[in-house]
Design a protein around this ligand. Sequence first.
Ligand code: CMP
Length: 150
Amino acid sequence: MERTFVAIKPDGVQRGLIGTILGRFEQRGFRVVALKMLTASRELAEKHYAVHRGKFFYEDLVNYICSGPVVAMVLEGVEAIKTVRLMIGATRPYEAAPGTIRGDYALTGLRNLVHASDSPETAQEEIALWFTPEEIQSYQRDLDRWIYEE
Ligand code: CMP
C-alpha cells in the first residue's frame, strides 16, 4: 500500500466541491487515512511550494493556497501516488482530460482545485509537513477484499 498527500485548494472549497472531489477518491477505492480543514499559514505554504521558489508564479501560488480554507488528506491504496495524479489531470486545467477532476470542474491557470503529491519522496515530505503521525489512522475496511485481489 502507498500513501499520498492530497489537498482540495481554496477554490475547491469555495465552489462547494469538497464532497464531489473526496467522493471520487473514495469511489475509486482509496482509504482516507487522514483528513482535516485548515487555512494554510504562509510558512506552511512556503514549505509546501519550496520547489517552486523563484519561479514567476511562486508569489501568486503561495497567496492563492493561503487565501482560504483547504481540505488536506492522506489517501492510501495500491499505486496511490500515480493513480491520484492521473485522476486529478494535467496541471493546466485547459489541458486536463475530460473525466479527470480538473478536466471536469476547472478551466484556467492557477485555479486547478486540487493538489496531489507527484512522487514517493514528495508524498513522504508533504504528509509529514501537513500531518502529525497521530493524525494518521491505520485501519482495514471489510470492502477492501472486493477492491483488491488476494
Ligand atoms: P500544484 O499541483 O498545486 O503544484 C504546483 C502548482 O504550481 C500547480 O498545481 C499549479 O497551480 C502551479 N503552476 C505550475 N506551473 C505553473 C505555471 N507555469 N504557471 C502558473 N502556475 C503554475
